[in-house]
Design a protein around this ligand. Structure first.
Ligand SMILES: Cc1ncc(COP(=O)(O)O)c(C=O)c1O
Length: 405
């Protein structure tokens, strides 16, 4: 496996020790009885959902969330035993898979609830569900004014067992506390109806990463961290000791000279050297790291120094200016996201350079799933009888073992 990494043109390193650190940072902001529902959607934000889930499971996490059924089935096949919530509602024809694999779908409206109950009657089975309330964000979700009808419907049947009620806060609340106050009030109204209708709700959850750190009143008895688990702060300036879990690396393929006034170009973008310079061809492109497609002013790290991209990314290559870096040679490691020497490029830096106007994590989600992921620092399971501290093993495992590499 080490050989594979040495010969890979581009790869991702996932540091599971850092994942454990981030889990501790999150836990440190919670009351002891608050449970964590770890968000693993989109291949755990590009990190590799199976390995991330296995590590979280070894560290006591028993609730996971993904968007779609296929993602949940992948986790079950890999041996994830905990509860798995689907954020998206399911179609009635997916019910058998849901039942067989003990997956918890979100119920978002009366019509879909009735369809699900109909299918469960045919199968003579029952399932757990979480009720998703639309408190103002729009998209799938039950409006608070429809909660009483839903509560009464749920009480009358035995096929859908309510395991949780939740809502998602609009990301506008990063700068708009009025919107979040209104959402929280809507959600509170929905929970009052549940109580009046004597519906027991074991899990109530509202907070994703930003609210975990900034709005303790939203914690209820469960929280849903995503981005912060992966070490990316949900907002600048929070001063949290989160550590980025992912590094994206490649290698130098070729080093070349360029004379003053000489031009090189890629699909319509042309670079003309103003002085004699040296540039390197790096064996990574937008076909590997999709965010490079829109990156215009990106830089990478070589021999601990920053090197700027000198033209638009090609599908499998970028060109970088290495004139100022001595002894650059073919095979040298190049860091696109991560650290080298004293320098670092964060996921936020890469996302900004790609001009993605967004929630700072897109660059980590935008790595081709075929790029191999290497997992470092996996913690071995506690030895049941010895009572010893878990051994920290610098195991490296390629995600290809799980078919997502
Ligand atoms: C419903 C829901 N809850 C929680 C999260 C996690 O959010 P964050 O990554 O900001 O922690 C997401 C992610 O988009 C989500 O869709």
């Amino acid at each position: 496996m080490r050989k594979l990494k040495k010969s890979a043109p581009v790869w991702v390193e996932i540091d599971l020790k850092r994942l454990r650190n981030n889990l501790q940072v999150i836990t440190g902001h919670l009351e002891p009885e608050t449970q964590i529902l770890a968000v693993l959607k989109s291949n755990a934000y590009g990190h590799g959902s199976v390995q991330i889930a296995l590590e979280l499971q070894r560290n006591g996490i028993a609730y996971f969330a993904v968007a779609r059924l296929e993602e949940a089935l992948e986790l079950r096949r890999a041996g994830i035993k905990g509860q798995i919530l689907l954020f998206e509602p399911i179609f009635p024809e997916q019910m058998e898979m849901v039942v067989e694999n003990h997956v918890i779908p979100s119920v978002v409206g009366m019509k879909s609830a009735e369809l699900l109950v109909g299918r469960l009657r045919q199968l003579r089975r029952k399932i757990k569900i979480h009720l998703k309330i639309d408190s103002g964000m729009g998209g799938p979700g039950l409006l608070p004014e429809d909660c009483r009808e839903m509560a009464r419907f749920l009480k009358q049947q035995k096929r859908l067992e309510i395991d949780g009620v939740y809502t998602h806060l609009t990301s506008d609340y990063r700068g708009d506390s009025e919107a979040v106050r209104s959402q929280l009030e809507q959600f509170r109204q929905a929970m009052i109806i549940m109580e009046q209708e004597e519906i027991h709700v074991p899990h109530i959850h509202v907070a994703s990463s930003l609210a975990i750190f900034t709005l303790p009143e939203t914690h209820y008895n469960m929280v849903r961290p995503g981005i912060s688990l992966y070490g990316i702060p949900p907002k600048e300036g929070l001063g949290l000791p989160l550590q980025p879990v992912m590094q994206v690396k490649s290698r130098i393929l070729y080093v070349k000279e360029l004379h003053a006034n000489e031009s090189i170009g890629t699909y319509g973008s042309k670079f003309t050297a103003s002085h004699r310079m040296q540039y390197a061809v790096v064996t990574v492109g937008y076909g590997d790291a999709f965010f490079l497609l829109t990156t215009r002013q990106g830089s990478v790290l070589v021999r601990g120094r920053r090197a700027s991209m000198i033209s638009q990314s090609r599908m499998n290559q970028i060109l970088i200016d290495v004139t100022h870096i001595s002894d650059v040679s073919e095979g040298d490691e190049v860091v696109l996201i991560g650290e080298q020497g004293m320098e670092s490029i964060t996921a936020e830096d890469a996302t900004k350079a790609a001009g993605i106007p967004s929630i700072n994590c897109e660059s980590v989600c935008l790595i081709n799933p075929k790029v191999p992921r290497y997992f470092l620092g996996s913690r071995q399971e506690w030895k049941r009888n010895s009572g010893a501290q878990p051994a920290v093993d610098e195991l490296e495992t390629a995600a290809t073992d799980y078919g997502n590499g």
